[in-house]
Design a protein around this ligand. Structure first.
Ligand code: FMN
Length: 338
């Protein structure tokens, strides 16, 4: 966690802020997005912590090669591994065999928030919110097995008629969980509607463990607002970081100086190309190009002329062509994202 005083900030040349910075800003787990390549870029831009994509504990036990790849990690900052599963003994075994001795991970997090039908049908992810007894068994097994802190990421509850995040949070605290990230929506909401930051404030009042607020932070101003409204210990940013790792730098600049620079076309193209190169090194050119399509569109969004470039790159399968298209894009239109 950052604990920079005003004096230190000034000495570092980052400008004088009104308050010491103490709330950390993390990259939320994003399946298909928060892989090692993207996390490294986010750390470069000032994110304080990151979490892996959710990884099946069961698949890890059976050594699925695809799942193994999701554990790829590099020269990163504070990294948490996120597991999903519903079997206390499997989760405990995976922690003992894989994570207790792996110094790249500072903590292990249980996913209690994933709303995807194929996950909840199996009783995992946000479906665990419906079973406080099983949740308690899982927390206990994970805490007992682990030499590292155990975190939980949860939602408000299953639907608006079964809001039970405080109940689950109290159980988690009693069982030794040391951090709770609350994506302040129900499972039924999926990603729709507005996240209920009031619930994050209630959670912060109700427990003594660290509380991380999550949901709908898209600008430095909103990050500050979430801090103020909830007094959370940390903020997790998901969708707004996709194609926009610059947000972490902007948040730190805003805290330090009260202002921040807009994102430039030049830097966006440079970082997007860097991201392509990292993915190609990890996965090979063909897979990287396919898997980068969604993120490429996120990077270019908000710049004039981006629709044409995005449509063109969506059909390309060759990095030389993509690079040429991005060079054309770099040279045309407004300098900054609007
Ligand atoms: C593409 C995508 C993948 C996600 N994958 C995960 C995941 O693996 N584990 C998890 O706990 N949450 C996952 N989430 C949820 C986010 O971590 C976050 O809770 C949610 O997007 C709300 O935060 P935001 O408004 O900052 O995006 C995912 C969300 C998206 C959009």
């Amino acid at each position: 966690m950052h604990e920079r005083t005003k004096q230190q900030e000034c000495a570092m040349g980052t400008g004088c802020r009104k308050e010491p910075v103490s709330v950390f800003v993390s990259l939320a787990p994003l399946a298909g997005v928060s892989d090692r390549c993207f996390r490294e870029i986010c750390f470069h831009y000032g994110c304080d912590e990151a979490t892996t994509e959710m990884i099946s504990a069961q698949a890890l036990l059976y050594d699925s090669a695809r799942t193994e790849r999701m554990l790829d990690k590099g020269m990163e900052g504070k990294l948490t591994v996120q597991l999903f599963g519903k079997d206390p003994s499997i989760l405990a075994q995976v922690i003992r065999e894989r994570f207790n001795t792996d110094n790249c991970f500072q903590a292990v997090e249980l996913n209690m928030g994933c709303p995807a039908p194929k996950i909840v049908r199996n009783g995992e992810g946000s479906a665990l919110m419906r079973d406080p007894k099983l949740s308690a068994e899982i927390f206990r097994a994970m805490v007992e097995a682990s030499t590292k802190p155990i975190y939980v990421k949860m939602r408000l509850g299953w639907d608006e008629n079964s809001i039970n995040y405080l109940t689950i949070a109290h159980i988690a605290e009693e069982e030794g969980v040391s951090r709770i990230t609350l994506h302040a929506r129900t499972r039924e909401q999926m990603y729709a509607g507005k996240a209920n930051w009031g619930a994050i404030a209630h959670l912060k009042d109700a427990v003594n463990v660290q509380v991380v607020g999550n949901g709908d932070v898209t600008t430095p101003e909103e990050a500050e607002e979430m801090e103020k409204q909830t007094r959370c210990d940390g903020i997790a940013i998901g969708r707004a970081a996709m194609g926009n790792p610059f947000l972490f730098r902007q948040i730190h600049a805003y805290r330090s100086t009260g202002t921040y620079a807009p994102v430039s076309r030049e830097e966006t193209v440079a970082v997007l190309l860097d991201h392509y190169m990292r993915e190609i090194t990890c996965r090979g050119e063909q897979r990287a190009i396919l898997e980068m399509r969604k993120l490429m569109a996120c990077y270019l969004s908000g710049f004039s002329g981006s629709a044409r470039t995005k449509a063109a790159i969506m059909t390309m399968t060759d990095m030389t062509e993509i690079r040429a298209e991005l060079e054309r894009f770099r040279a045309q239109g407004d300098l900054f994202r609007t």
